[in-house]
Design a binder for this molecule. Sequence first.
Ligand SMILES: Cc1cc2nc3c(=O)[nH]c(=O)nc-3n(C[C@H](O)[C@H](O)[C@H](O)COP(=O)(O)OP(=O)(O)OC[C@H]3O[C@@H](n4cnc5c(N)ncnc54)[C@H](O)[C@@H]3O)c2cc1C
Length: 330
Amino acid sequence: MPSLTDSHTFSLPSSCSFLISVTDTNPISLAALRSTHFYLLGEGSNSIFVDDFEGVVVQNKIKGLESDDLNDVIMLRVGAGENWHDLITTCLKNHWYGMENLALIPGSVGAAPIQNIGAYGLEVSTFIESVEFIELETGAKHKIKSNECRFGYRDSIFKNDLAGKVLITHVNFVLPKSNYMETSYGELANLNAPTPEKIFNTVIGIRRKKLPDPRQWGNAGSFFKNPIIDKSLLTQIQHEYPDIPFFCISKTLVKVPAAWLIDKLGFKGKVLGGVQCHPHQPLVLVNIGSATGKDVLEFARLIMSRVKEKFNIELEPEVRLIGRNGLIEL
Ligand SMILES: Cc1cc2nc3c(=O)[nH]c(=O)nc-3n(C[C@H](O)[C@H](O)[C@H](O)COP(=O)(O)OP(=O)(O)OC[C@H]3O[C@@H](n4cnc5c(N)ncnc54)[C@H](O)[C@@H]3O)c2cc1C
């Protein structure tokens, strides 16, 4: 059984029945998938194998980058198996600006639209023109425009109606030549005369300081999404915690930081089995070296139940948890 320990950033001891790579869009290489129990994998930075998976893991290794310089914009067509941060670095070197806020997010280009990756005030959907994929059932190739991808907060059609049904092969980006810069968020707002290069370097500096490096401490980034709650619930929580941070989403909804909720319950730095709630970043669960899938599930469920009990908020995982037979719910 091939090991999956090095194929996902949480690095749990785990394996699968077969591990194969897809390097092109040849339907023959995908034909086997239609009748098999499988899991599509990019670089495994949003996937945690909590058990030995009894199926085929298909790693996307479709490479390539084509650029087209049009009047006002640069168009990019990028293979889904390219590394995300390498793409951002290449863009910067070529003066194709806009996506610097998303520097150093681990993972593949193909996974970026799936959860609409975002950081420091920017989501990747801002720059996605279209997404190309193969429908696994029929082998048919499709291309859908950004407005058909139903992008939302850490969400898209690929996480819902098309989940497990398609293999993303390429992502097409449109980057404006007008030096788009998003500097409203946190430390970026304090930049003196911001440039894309300054944003890129600042984001990398913050991330290196704040987030555990998965090569040192296995993790999958934010374990839970920031919950979106009704304003009336916020008002109730404010009676006890007037300092609760929140961000208005609409007239009736607000987003609250899951990290704050977890911190208030005293989980920061706590250890359960081989898993630690990170001492500086409580939204990140870390493999302190000896974690098992059972530890991860137990700790995540404990956090969720305590948050529900105390704040009446249902936390939703941002990570995918894969068990013996595929995706599992918490
Ligand atoms: C330290 C750290 C920091 C992080 N910071 C952020 C952050 O700031 N913002 C953020 O949004 N995310 C963040 N993440 C999460 C993660 O980096 C992103 O979700 C990333 O896009 C996952 O890419 P991947 O290739 O590793 O995906 P994987 O974990 O391999 O796959 C993720 C999902 O996509 C599916 N999938 C992958 N490739 C394809 C494909 N080609 N076709 C169809 N389905 C596919 C998989 O089946 C799975 O369901 C962080 C993770 C870590 C470890």
